[in-house]
Design a binder for this molecule. Structure first.
Ligand code: SAH
Ligand code: SF4
Length: 370
């Protein structure tokens, strides 16, 4: 039996790679322009739809290439307009993607990995362990699927996806190259044409990768801080033991300084009852962040079954916010959206077969504890 060569999936190829691909076939580079538009702006997944290319070229492409997106296994809309998809990836695991409409804005929350290896104590993704990185095709595939759900439409201000946040499952900076390729497609005018200010990477603080990111792109940056001092942050975000707060904030400053425009970082702070929600934490945070161009996004902790943490009262969260506001910061409280379909951003789980077996250990530990 002769082995069938695997076809090249064109879905995850940014422009430069697509041009190189056509050159390698002995074709003109401008074919990349046509194919990018067919795939990302018209949702094509079949070369025969590409009527501005000759039949001969289409046949040639069919032999060596494909356009293969994730398989949608769940698609549900919430009463408030939030829409959630679960998409099955190649090895049977699934990830979730959420679209949160808010007036003129539509924010798509995209996953970068199946599971996550960083094991933050308050995060349901982390508790399920890590399986693998998503490919660039699987990352942009989430945007492609979401956009196809609103076909046909013209590009313009009323388009359904105006913003993308890499805040679904996974740590985007631990899947660096694929995330960068996918973000380039998000910003590519021939694809989704989303402004660099409206594409946001959220990281729990992989310091060297923040510096690398500044060398290759200028998307917006969100830092998952969650604590004003290392002692507390070590407990919530284990990665902090490797890259403590001072180093993380220094890297954030360097990143902002490289941007060609004036932009603020977003500081994410998941507020957990009795853990990091006291006014003194807010005061300490105000001191730690002094001088950093930033806005603070307070996220009331979202409870999940394997966690003993609790969501703080709205009063406690508002008090925390008021301290920051009085210290001169812009601090907002993220309202929970899509509650009825369990679709809070940063809460996306999906089905993960844990290759680290961490989730199994976690469940065992919890079964024996009182
Ligand atoms: N790994 C990246 C991006 C995914 S998490 C990161 O950590 O930044 C996206 C956001 O959701 C993070 O700020 C994360 O801390 C937050 N989050 C995770 N679990 C949460 C929970 N149970 N309640 C509220 N926010 C949570
Ligand atoms: Fe991973 Fe982010 Fe969850 Fe931490 S909060 S475990 S980095 S997905």
């Amino acid at each position: 039996m002769t082995a069938v060569a695997e076809k090249t999936n064109l879905l995850g190829m940014p422009k430069a790679k697509m041009e190189a691909f056509f050159e390698s076939l002995g074709e003109k580079r401008f074919r990349a322009t046509q194919v990018l538009q067919w795939i990302h702006q018209r949702g094509a997944d079949d070369f025969d739809q590409m009527t501005n290319m000759s039949k001969v070229l289409r046949e040639k492409l069919k032999e060596v290439a494909e356009i293969r997106g994730p398989e949608v296994v769940y698609d549900e809309s919430s009463k408030d307009g939030t829409r959630k998809w679960a998409m099955r990836m190649d090895n049977g695991n699934s990830v979730e993607t959420v679209l949160i409409p808010d007036g003129e804005r539509g924010t798509l929350c995209v996953s970068s990995q199946i599971g996550c290896s960083l094991d933050c104590t308050f995060c349901s993704t982390g508790k399920r362990g890590f399986n693998r990185n998503l490919t660039a095709a699987e990352i942009i595939g989430q945007v492609w699927v979401a956009r196809k759900a609103f076909m046909p439409f013209e590009p313009g201000p009323d388009r359904p996806i105006t913003n993308v946040v890499m805040m679904g499952m996974g740590e985007p900076l631990l899947n660096f190259d694929n995330v960068v390729d996918a973000m380039n497609l998000m910003m590519e005018d021939l694809a989704y044409g989303i402004s660099k200010r409206r594409v946001t990477v959220s990281t729990s603080g992989v310091v060297p990768a923040i510096d690398r990111l500044g060398e290759v792109t200028d998307v917006s940056l969100a830092i998952s801080l969650h604590a004003p001092n290392d002692e507390l942050r070590n407990q919530l975000v284990p990665l902090n033991k490797k890259y403590p707060i001072s180093e993380l904030l220094a890297a954030t400053r360097r990143y902002l300084a490289r941007l060609p425009d004036k932009r603020k970082a977003t500081i994410e702070y998941t507020v957990i009852e009795g853990v990091n929600d006291q006014p003194e934490h807010a005061r300490e945070l105000a001191v730690v962040l002094r001088g950093l161009p930033c806005k603070i996004n307070l996220i009331p902790f979202n409870p999940f079954p394997e966690s003993d943490f609790r969501r703080p009262s709205m009063n406690a969260t508002r008090r925390f916010q008021a301290v920051l506001n009085e210290a001169g910061y812009i601090a907002t409280v993220r309202t929970t959206r899509g509650d009825d379909i369990d679709a809070a951003c940063g809460q996306l789980v999906g089905m993960v077969e844990d290759r680290t077996r961490r989730s199994q250990r976690y469940i065992q530990v919890h079964q024996v504890s009182p």
